[in-house]
Design a protein around this ligand. Structure first.
Ligand SMILES: Cc1ncc(COP(=O)(O)O)c(C=O)c1O
Length: 373
């Protein structure tokens, strides 16, 4: 269903403290030029703030690259993937053999998990975190050793290290973490990876790396380059806004990459690969995405401050906040208002994960949230 903007504002926004809300935020409007260049979409119901997508993508340049690739649709994607591997190898300063292109980074997480646990053993992971690797590995017989996040919702690396045993095949570190949006201090993470990768493979999920606010924050690719047992995942779904196109990649030293690559099932496709190649050349669109994400987060922060609801400063494109309401009830209430929010993340049933939308979508979220308190 598509509502026109006026109907939408009448049915949802005006109900919920519109005047109050306008006083809360100095929201910048997109300039006409930005609108032309970055294609902000029409509002559609429900507004999807549930899956940490980037609503501005794919960029105009990626769209054109995909259109120009139509003729290649009759070809298998392998040669195209090899070209992308070379570009990614250059970007990260690794050997092309170290790059594994996958159908979204989700495929990378799944195949890396089963590569190391299919013959038994366990994965250590934080709770809560992004579940794709652990859910899949469990289906193939792996055990998962869950380590609760600490009182600040950050990683409890000390406890993780204590739990490492001969059974431990992989340690999954999602940094920044989903859903908590927390970031480990760089030194702590590097020390941890250096030390524990001697005993088990460390997997560093860097889906939200580009949103980290410290411009000098290191990628764990540095440790891959040093030959450590570290595997890194990256994605085109977030800052490049290509979630529906399904393309991501892993970076690992060639010996590890070779055995992980054997488990690929889906891989990607010519259109996503050609789009990704263009995306890598475009520095403007990711910067634009990062800027709009910051603006949307400040709308959310202002709203939560106004409502006096606790939240965690985010290094991602979503915010985790304590709504004080059961997440399933809050989800139903917000959906009634046309806004889809994040699911439950046990054991934090009175917390909510909200993804940044366009500024317009984020404003509507805020207005409607305010109306519930
Ligand atoms: C931490 C994390 N890793 C990986 C993914 C998967 O992304 P994709 O499969 O689209 O690359 C997500 C998706 O939200 C995520 O939050």
């Amino acid at each position: 269903m598509q509502l026109n903007r006026r109907q939408w504002l009448k049915t949802t926004a005006l109900a919920g403290g519109f005047t109050l809300f306008n006083g809360l935020t100095g929201i910048q409007k997109l300039t006409a030029e930005e609108i032309k260049k970055f294609n902000p979409r029409e509002l559609k119901s429900p507004i999807r703030l549930s899956s940490n997508e980037n609503p501005y993508g794919p960029s105009e340049r990626v769209r054109n690259a995909v259109k120009n690739a139509f003729d290649e649709g009759c070809r298998y994607p392998y040669a195209y993937a090899n070209e992308l591997e070379k570009l990614l190898a250059q970007k990260h300063g690794v050997d092309p053999e170290s790059i594994i292109i996958t159908g979204g980074s989700t495929e990378g997480l799944k195949i890396a998990g089963i590569t190391f646990t299919a013959d038994g053993g366990e994965i250590i992971a934080a709770k809560p975190t992004f579940l794709a690797m652990m859910q899949y590995a469990e289906m193939w017989g792996a055990k998962i050793n869950w380590v609760p996040v600490d009182e600040n919702m950050g990683y409890d690396l000390e406890e993780i290290e204590k739990r490492i045993s001969s059974e431990t095949k992989m340690i999954f570190i999602c940094n920044p973490n989903n859903p908590t949006a927390t970031l480990l201090s760089a030194d702590t993470l590097i020390d941890f990876c250096n030390s524990v990768s001697k005993r088990a493979v460390v997997f560093s999920d860097e889906a939200y790396y580009e949103y980290i606010e410290d411009p000098n924050y290191p990628s764990m690719v540095d440790l891959v380059k040093k030959g450590e047992n570290v595997v890194v995942s990256k994605t085109f779904s977030k800052v490049f806004g290509m979630a529906g196109m399904r393309i991501g990649y892993l970076i690992a030293k060639p010996e590890l990459a070779r055995i992980i690559r054997r488990n690929i099932v889906a891989m990607s496709n010519v259109y996503a690969i050609e789009g990704a190649k263009e995306a890598l050349l475009d520095h403007e669109f990711p910067q634009f995405s990062i800027q709009k994400n910051k603006e949307a987060k400040s709308i959310i922060y202002n709203t939560l401050d106004h409502l006096e609801l606790p939240y965690i400063k985010s290094n991602t494109n979503f915010v985790f906040f304590k709504s004080g309401k059961n997440i399933n009830e809050l989800g139903a209430q917000m959906l009634e208002k046309g806004i889809s929010i994040g699911r439950a993340f046990p054991p934090f049933y009175d917390w909510c994960r909200i993804s940044t939308g366009t500024l317009e979508e984020t404003k509507l979220f805020s207005q409607n949230l305010i109306s519930l308190y």
